[in-house]
Design a protein. Structure first.
Length: 132
C-alpha cells in the first residue's frame, strides 16, 4: 500500500520509555502517511520514567527510525518539548540536519500561525488529527 501524501501530521503523548506506550501501533499508522510536516507535540519520550528505570523496546527504536526516514525523505520534523521530555529544553533551539528541529511550546505558536496561513485543510480520522 502506497503512503498517502498529506501536508501535516501531529502526534503527542507517546511516552516512549513507559510500558503503556504503544509505539508499534503508532509506527503502523505512520507507515500509512507521507507528511510534508511532522509535529511531535510534547511527551514523546518519557524522561521522568526513564530516569527511574530503563525500559526501551525495539518497537521504540523502530519508531524513531521511521521519523528519521521521514526526515531523510524531505519531511520537516518539529519536536515540541513537553513536561515529560523537559530534559531536552536545555538544548533548544536544537537543529539536527536540515529539517529536524527541537523547540519549546513558545516557539510552536509561531510555527502554528504560519501553518494556518497556508492552504491547509483539517480532517478528522480514526481519533487523531491528520492534516491534508
Amino acid at each position: 500500500m502506497k503512503a498517502e501524501k498529506i501536508k501535516a501530521l501531529f502526534i503527542s503523548d507517546v511516552h516512549l520509555g513507559s510500558k503503556g506506550s504503544n509505539s508499534g501501533k503508532l509506527l503502523e499508522t505512520l507507515k500509512m502517511y507521507e507528511p510534508e510536516e511532522l509535529f511531535i507535540v510534547g511527551d514523546f519520550i518519557d524522561g521522568w520514567l526513564l530516569k527511574k528505570r530503563h525500559y526501551w523496546t525495539q518497537s521504540n527504536t523502530n519508531l524513531i527510525r521511521k521519523i528519521l526516514s521521514y526526515s531523510k525523505n524531505g519531511t520537516n520534523v518539529t519536536y515540541v518539548t513537553g513536561n515529560h521530555d523537559e530534559f531536552l529544553r536545555h538544548y533548544v533551539p536544537l537543529f539536527l540536519g536540515d529539517n529536524i528541529k527541537v523547540v519549546t511550546e513558545k516557539d510552536i505558536q509561531k510555527i502554528y500561525q504560519s501553518l494556518m496561513q497556508t492552504s491547509v485543510l483539517r480532517t478528522k480520522r480514526s481519533g487523531g488529527e491528520i492534516w491534508t
